[in-house]
Design a protein. Structure first.
Length: 277
């Protein structure tokens, strides 16, 4: 396992690699959800590269990138146990040197849900992922279904810019009570952690309604909202039933759809989603 901190080093190493390269971009503080991506990449590629970088440009003005949890030595131990070949751990100065002034904007799919709640977020995501793709030059890149909108944005960007990279979405890894694994879960108190299960309960209700024949998207949204509002610690940011590809809100479920929601529990904002056939 090689740990690399500069773009020049990674580019030099990349020239020596043959066969398919699988890439897993992360912000660190790894959990089983991240490791599921790594394991999938390990089975499908000759070389696996993981990046650990807390990207400051995807945080909003009221969000603190410095407060994002970090535990690099633990992350390196986990990745070593998964037989990762290369770990890229750049600094802010390496990724955004003085004078940096170029950004990647993906339109339409970024304007809803997380994009509406966190202006500028996806510009930061698209820019840093483009930079990482340019350096790593992966055959495949792996993202979690939990961040479904992010994956949709990256797919659109890769297609529009002819990057020739296969984007692989890996199913969400959940705790035993259904809560999606997230680095943000560490901020939940025991009481908040209990309350956070309401996200999965709302999505499960949505799936049951859909499978039972309910196609009125607004009716499903209202039932999701009513369930969440019964939890006093929960504050809804959005509840969505949208086209799975464009993320445009649906009035009637007549195509593959995505149920998604963002809910703040205490001071911790949590996201989750579930595909609807």
């Amino acid at each position: 396992m090689q740990v690399i901190g500069t773009i020049a080093e990674l580019r030099a190493l990349r020239q020596q690699l043959s066969g398919a390269v699988g890439f897993v971009p992360t912000m660190g503080y790894l959990h089983q959800g991240h490791l599921a991506l790594v394991r999938r990449a390990r089975t499908e590629n000759s070389t696996v590269v993981v990046s650990i970088y807390v990207n400051p440009t995807q945080f909003g003005p009221r969000e603190d990138s410095a407060g994002y949890p970090r535990e690099l030595n633990r992350d390196l131990d986990l990745l070593h146990s998964e037989k990762v070949d290369v770990i890229f751990v750049p600094s802010d100065a390496e990724m955004y040197p003085p004078g940096f002034s170029t950004w990647v904007d993906v339109e339409n799919v970024t304007e809803r849900l997380e994009g509406a709640s966190r202006p500028g977020h996806f510009r930061g995501v698209a820019t840093i992922v483009t930079k990482l793709f340019n350096v790593v030059r992966p055959s495949r890149a792996y993202f979690g279904q939990k961040d479904a909108q992010q994956t949709a944005v990256i797919r659109r960007m890769v297609a529009d810019l002819d990057m020739g990279i296969e984007i692989v979405a890996v199913p969400t890894v959940r705790e035993s009570d259904g809560l999606a694994m997230s680095s943000r879960n560490v901020h939940l108190s025991p009481e908040e952690r209990r309350a956070a299960t309401v996200l999965f309960e709302a999505l499960t209700l949505t799936r049951e309604l859909s499978r039972g024949g309910e196609k009125d998207a607004e009716e499903i949204r209202q039932q999701m909202t009513s369930l969440i509002q019964k939890e006093p610690l929960a504050r809804i940011d959005y509840v969505s039933i949208a086209d799975a590809s464009t993320l445009e809100e649906l009035s009637f479920i007549d195509r593959p759809a995505l149920a998604s929601l963002a809910v703040t529990i205490g001071k911790t904002r949590l996201m989750d989603n579930m595909p609807l056939e």
